[in-house]
Ligand binder design. Sequence first.
Ligand code: C5P
Length: 490
Amino acid sequence: MTTTAQLLLAEIEAHLARTGETATKFGLASVRDGHLVSRLRKGESVTLKTADKVRAYMRTVAEAPASKTPEASALPFRRILLVMGGGIAAYKCLDLIRRLRERGIATRVVMTSAAQRFVTPLSVGALSNERVLTDLFDLNDEQEIGHIRLSREADLLVVAPATADLIARMAHGHANDLATAVLLASDKPILVAPAMNPRMWHHPATQRNVAHLKADGVHMIGPAVGEMAERGEAGAGRLVEVPDLVTAIVDLLAVRAETATPAKANGPLSGRHVLVTSGPTHEPIDPVRYIANRSSGKQGSAIAAEAAALGARVTLVSGPTNLPDPPGVQVVRVETAREMLAAVEQALPADIGIFAAAVADWRVATAADQKIKKTAKGQAPRLELIENPDILKSIGHAAAPKRPPLVIGFAAETHDVIAYAQKKRTSKAADWIVANDVSPETGIMGGDRNTVHIVMPDGVESWPDLDKQDVARRLMARAADALAQIQLAP
Ligand code: C5P
């Protein structure tokens, strides 16, 4: 396939993603050839004349006024500046821009020179409906917009895909191209979505840079774990999926719109320390495989955010999730149950301990240090499982000051929810158990809503079906009251 055909196909795919036009209709409308796109997808070439005709058609469509969607007014703050780094995942930004637009969020794009090697500014511009900005020294840009204005006009800056190099330059305050200059000049929240080879991600230099950025208040999402574009490579380093990125952006914009659920200096939890565990754990089988579960971490994250909003100092010990760090919360990211226990012990003492993590009950007795290979005889490996430490149980049974005065556990069950939760409350020595039915038909695991029963020493409170945010709000209000009572008690 020629470069002309490759570039053209990328622009066409972007156009199709934006307009929802079918490939056949597009071919017919642009050059009266319904098979054009499928032939290009198979790797065939095109003449320059055809390419010109196709581009002229796409320009005409792009210049037609965009239709407003019903969600357009849902968010009062809705302009992001997307800084695109150079990575194979850059193409996902096309879908991102389209999906944000569907939600009434406008995207202005700055591309690094590396990003332009993966996706053309033309296709990005066609989707964002704005000229893509690429060069710090383009006088026109400076006169028309200027990098300071660029960052001021956005409500949120999103860096995706954030390469190891871009992260390093951000962490060290470089401003040697438009992308980094805009990021340095900004006083707006920044969300970074890393994407790189797993070895680059795990390199101490990258981890140091990420820690720097987090300490500077930058929000991080991902990277996700999975197969890499390079053959045979897998691990942590994939750009998170577009819907997750959209959710994180919408959440951050919404938080901004609400003036960031302001931490109350005189809130009911000010001066208190709240410790929350959240998300799944990943228990390695070998360097590329692990045992996990479907927990998204949304409920624990919402609880941590709410505790911070009530004025608490909050430590969130989170297993691997695709969620951004909640504002005003100290997040400790871990992978395994043992790491989670160590992080919890490190963070104690606390006034309230909320154990919302879906900790894996078992781990592989001896994880292989090299990828386990198939055998010629087709013999599957036997995995010996051993029990993980029970974090809630060990903290619940501990003596003060290690045991927080109020310990809250969660119980996700698929049947006999309340009965199991009551047993768990005693066996784990928790004060309360928040029980929920996670049988697949409820859609709770990974979803946005939750129906919970609060099992307390003196009875059970069943709450209606609520948004996870509302569950968090109610739970923290009740926990703050209970803590005040405990402290009043003789
Ligand atoms: O998995 P299980 O139903 O026992 O989880 C109940 C509670 O115990 C949850 O709050 C969970 O976070 C906690 N737990 C834990 N460590 C484990 C298993 C569960 O802290 N290894």
